[in-house]
Design a protein around this ligand. Structure first.
Ligand code: FES
Length: 165
């Protein structure tokens, strides 16, 4: 099937080793999409179209399969990926108030990215550091015993640091 998708500028050559690794692209679609996300940070539409060409599936079918999994992103992630724990211990200790503070300050929904591309925000299941609840990670860094005031302080520090660059 010849896909008519418009290219959106992704470097499709990055995908060549992945295409070479998987003889059965259709049967390994989830694993292939994981590789795509590792390479590009999300699932770019022109890459999905290339996979559609190679597998004979439609782009809609591939995106539909990806949408089934919370791990896949369909837009570029922000420079700072905020992962707030929504697990039980964190929930009991006030993660909803932390989420509200983040969302109000950054004007971003769960799963969304700020307009300036600086922050993406996701509420995830247990991050594995329940003794620090309520906890969140920003990229590789873990923050615990959060309060709404503390989370705003952290976000403002990042904004100030970025503005100074
Ligand atoms: S419940 Fe939040 S880190 Fe485990």
């Amino acid at each position: 099937m010849q896909c008519q998708c418009a290219a959106n500028g992704s470097d499709l050559s990055l995908l060549e080793p992945v295409l070479a690794e998987y003889a059965d692209l259709k049967g390994s679609l989830t694993a292939v999409l994981q590789h795509v996300q590792e390479l590009y940070g999300y699932l770019p539409y022109d890459v999905v179209c290339l996979l559609a060409e190679k597998t004979g599936l439609t782009p809609a079918r591939i995106l539909g399969a990806a949408a089934f999994y919370a791990q896949f992103r369909f837009a570029p992630a922000g420079k700072y990926l905020i992962m707030l724990c929504g697990g039980t211990a964190c929930h009991v200790n006030g993660s909803a108030r932390i989420a509200a503070a983040v969302q109000e300050y950054l004007h971003v929904e769960n799963g969304g990215t700020t307009e300036d591309g600086l922050f993406s925000f996701s509420i995830l299941a247990c991050l594995g550091c329940c003794s620090l609840s309520p906890a969140m990670m920003i990229n590789e860094e873990t923050y615990g015993a959060l309060t709404p005031a503390r989370v705003l302080e952290i976000l403002k520090e990042i904004r100030t640091k970025e503005a100074a660059k």
